[in-house]
Design a protein around this ligand. Structure first.
Ligand code: ADP
Length: 422
């Protein structure tokens, strides 16, 4: 039997962090790996490992091969139970990728049955009679119907999944879930006897998720959003494999503190303004970059004498009007790319100068920076604010990283975060 209890394949980076935070809160020591791990990468000594892919909107074939490669690595790591994590709005392209990836994982594991549950009641995603609701409305009436990459126009998960797989799709309705884990297991048996391989699970509350988690203790593969994973750690505790009440502490990391902000969201704008009023700050100007000025060198020369325990801020954050103006002059994609590249090079230079405690604001910006820094994986610590945990990078040099999606965090996030690391 392997040491890693739960091994997950996640179809995007922030979704993986969301799952990681859920597991940490439930008492599992969790590492998030960035991309399919290289062969021979040492298996971290933790309870759960999540491989974060960027496969949600890729062609289905690509998503399948990335997910299978991740599964093979996890399997070699001795994982006991597998999880496939997707979005709580079941984000899918016309051809998948949830169905094809789940089919491939089942096949690789020799599993003839698995479950699907994107629900996340805390965030108002619920499933009733197989229909996915976002707040008070059906998925197809929510803003997801206009999503640029994965528009969701059918709220019936049985139908959506049915169009993505050759296998029979069934339902475990709320009426069964309300009768408890044994009733759910019996229903699984009935569905199996009827040739159903994929069961959509209803759930309206966290209680339902705990019931379902208990019912899935013996499945090789469970699939869902982060909510569906809530009930799984208890199974390992019951089996005596996981110590209840475990506290997760990250290794102590000392070194200069910096904040890099590439998000232009309303929350990040307020956070930048708040930090600027009391800390040194440097503005990264996309127009100067486009004109060929060496903004990386300028930023690093500015930062060098200021690097210390007291955080400094480097930001490209701008108002919507300023961003619109810049995008008009440089093109939306080009502006985004040159800013991400510049912030990534600045981050590398800062680490070379001893920065070890780093907050990054912006989803895309975070992805660009961690990949430029060559970070393979993150040990997940406690949450600073909902959805944003402190993490410690694996490998050398050890970095304390808080990767904040643009709109997350309170106004004083950038300064308070450094007080709560651990
Ligand atoms: P969020 O999490 O808020 O969506 P992201 O980092 O994902 O933040 O996206 C912000 C995008 O905006 C990035 O591609 C970034 O490079 C780009 N960007 C940042 N600052 C500016 C700016 N001043 N003008 C134009 N684009 C910018």
């Amino acid at each position: 039997m392997g040491r890693v209890l739960l091994g997950a394949v996640a179809d995007d980076f922030t979704g993986a962090t969301d799952l990681a935070s859920t597991l940490v809160k439930a008492g599992m020591r969790t590492v998030q790996l960035l991309g399919v791990p290289r062969a021979g990468m040492p298996v971290p000594d933790v309870d759960a490992v999540i491989v974060a892919l960027k496969s949600r909107s890729n062609p289905a074939g690509e998503a399948v091969s990335m997910s299978r490669a991740a599964l093979e690595w996890l399997r070699a790591a001795g994982v006991r139970q597998f999880y496939f994590k997707y979005c709580s709005t079941f984000d899918s392209t016309a051809k998948g990728n949830i169905g094809p990836v789940a089919d491939a994982l089942c096949e690789a594991l020799g599993a003839d049955f698995t479950v699907f549950n994107p629900s996340f009641p805390t965030n108002k995603r619920t499933v009733y009679q197989g229909y996915l609701f976002v707040g008070d409305v059906l998925l197809s009436e929510s803003s997801m119907r206009h999503h640029p990459l994965t528009p969701m126009t059918d709220p019936s998960l049985v139908r959506v999944l049915g169009s993505q797989t050759p296998h029979k799709v069934g339902l475990v309705p709320t009426s069964v879930v309300m009768r408890g884990a044994e009733a759910v297991k019996e229903h699984f048996g009935e569905l199996r006897r009827n040739g159903v391989r994929h069961a959509i699970l209803d759930s309206l509350s966290d209680d339902h998720l705990f019931t379902l988690g208990e019912a899935c203790a013996d499945l090789a593969l469970v699939t869902g959003g982060s909510g569906m994973a809530m009930g799984l750690p208890r199974n390992f505790m019951k089996q005596g494999l996981l110590v209840p009440g475990q506290t997760i502490t990250l290794p102590a990391i000392s070194g200069h503190a910096v904040v890099l902000a590439g998000s232009c969201s309303a929350a990040t704008q307020a956070q930048v303004a708040h930090m600027k009023s009391s800390h040194d700050a440097f503005e990264v100007d996309p127009i100067a970059i486009a004109q060929g000025r060496n903004v990386v060198t300028e930023a690093l020369e500015w930062a060098a004498p200021r690097l210390s325990d007291r955080p400094i801020l480097l930001y490209s954050t701008a108002t919507p009007e300023a961003v619109a103006n810049i995008q008009e002059r440089l093109g939306r994609e080009h502006a985004g790319t040159i800013v991400e590249e510049t912030l990534s090079q600045i981050a590398k230079g800062l680490v070379a100068r001893g920065a070890r405690r780093i907050i990054v604001a912006g989803g895309e910006t975070s992805g660009a920076i961690v990949s430029a820094l060559g970070v393979d994986g993150l040990m997940i610590g406690r949450e600073i604010d909902p959805g944003v945990p402190w993490t410690a990078s694996l490998g050398e040099p050890r970095l304390a990283l808080a990767l904040k999606s643009g709109n997350f965090g309170t106004t004083d996030f950038f300064t308070k975060a450094f007080d709560v690391y651990g």
